[in-house]
Design a protein around this ligand. Structure first.
Ligand code: UD1
Length: 319
């Protein structure tokens, strides 16, 4: 039984990791400052973990959180490309300074390995598809720059201090507990909730924008594999975390329409500043070195996600 620290434990991805670790019988500590995470995401597991309301910008508290820990799964971040375009300072503070704090704390506490929630946005709009890790990054938004800078810090801590680090470049992770209520919410969470409420969603652009939408179980599995893979296979390295298939926003809307039974139409609006047009991953490096594979495909993931938002909507009408 190993001891894990999940940063951003009350977030969508963090809270899914917490559950998976508890299911395996691991010991879990979680930190979150609730800037975007929600206490409700941890409701039924809160009494089974050592949860601390801590910001990764608080170095002393982050140091204490790293004490006695084997693995850190660093998920805490200020997500959203458009939010970073509006407020690059906050994005940099949390997504870069916060990461350096986590690394310093993990290094000094002699943590075995840090796995980092990196982002596919690092690739930018380079024309080559699929994106593979050997390609030069070309970040567009401040969010993408911050996430890439943190990747470099991860690798630097491996090279300079021998702290084992693994970066997982997440490709548009979606699934239960992703917050659908913010204007900055991920598109699948937002559209699911809007369409379930009978509201009209808006596609930014012509709808031919495509993403390698990746169901949460795949990201959870990638994190667990990144902790157990031998250091020679993964330490100091970057891996795509995706499915290797892309779907357009128009196709996504049609798929949701069927699953939800939505009878309305979609609106089209201007493209969002900082957006990448197409995103598709080559997942062969993760397959080879981590033993990663896609566990749940897009269609099944979308079905499970819609079921979850439906049950949440029913629960909300009861309370
Ligand atoms: C980006 C990263 C992703 C990261 C996320 C964190 C890329 C390719 N992906 O996601 O890995 O996890 O940031 O925030 O850079 N859209 C609409 N209507 C809406 C909302 C969004 O059409 O109401 C469109 C967006 O303009 C975009 C697409 O849907 O083209 C996906 O947007 P979103 O879900 O916000 O994620 P990315 O910005 O692609």
């Amino acid at each position: 039984m190993a001891k894990y620290l999940v940063t951003g434990a009350a977030g969508f991805i963090g809270s899914s990791l917490v559950r998976a670790l508890l299911d395996r019988g691991d010991e879990v500590r979680g930190i979150d400052n609730f800037s975007t995470g929600r206490r409700e995401n941890l409701t039924e597991v809160l009494d089974r973990i050592d949860f601390r309301e801590v910001s990764i910008l608080d170095l002393d508290a982050t140091r204490q959180a790293c004490e006695g820990v084997d693995f850190v799964l660093h998920q805490a971040a200020l997500p959203s490309v458009p939010k970073s375009v509006l407020d690059p300072l906050s994005s940099n503070r949390v997504n870069v300074d916060g990461t350096v704090n986590v690394l310093v704390a993990a290094r000094d506490a002699k943590v075995k390995r840090v796995v980092y929630a990196a982002s596919s946005s690092a690739y930018g709009d380079t024309p080559t598809l699929p994106k593979h890790e050997a390609m030069s990054p070309d970040p567009i938004s401040p969010y993408a720059v911050a996430k890439l800078a943190s990747e470099y810090y991860m690798t630097s801590f491996y090279r300079c201090y021998g702290l084992e680090t693994v970066c997982l470049r997440y490709f548009n992770i979606f699934g239960p507990r992703q917050d659908p209520t913010s204007p900055y919410s991920g598109v699948l969470a937002k559209f699911s909730m809007q369409m379930l409420r009978g509201e009209q969603p808006t596609i930014f652009g012509d709808g031919e924008t495509s993403r390698d939408f990746t169901y949460i179980d795949n990201a959870v599995s990638a994190n667990l594999l990144a902790c157990s893979a031998p250091a020679a296979e993964c330490a100091g390295r970057v891996f795509n975390c995706a499915t290797g298939r892309r779907v357009t926003l128009n196709e996504t809307f049609e798929a949701l329409k069927k699953l939800i039974g939505y009878t309305g139409t979609v609106k089209y609006g201007p493209e969002r500043a900082g957006d990448v047009k197409h995103s598709l991953a080559d997942i062969s490096r993760a397959q080879k070195h981590l033993g990663y594979k896609t566990l749940v495909n897009f269609e099944e993931g979308l079905r499970r996600t819609v079921e979850w938002y439906k049950s949440e909507a029913v629960a909300a009408t009861r309370s």
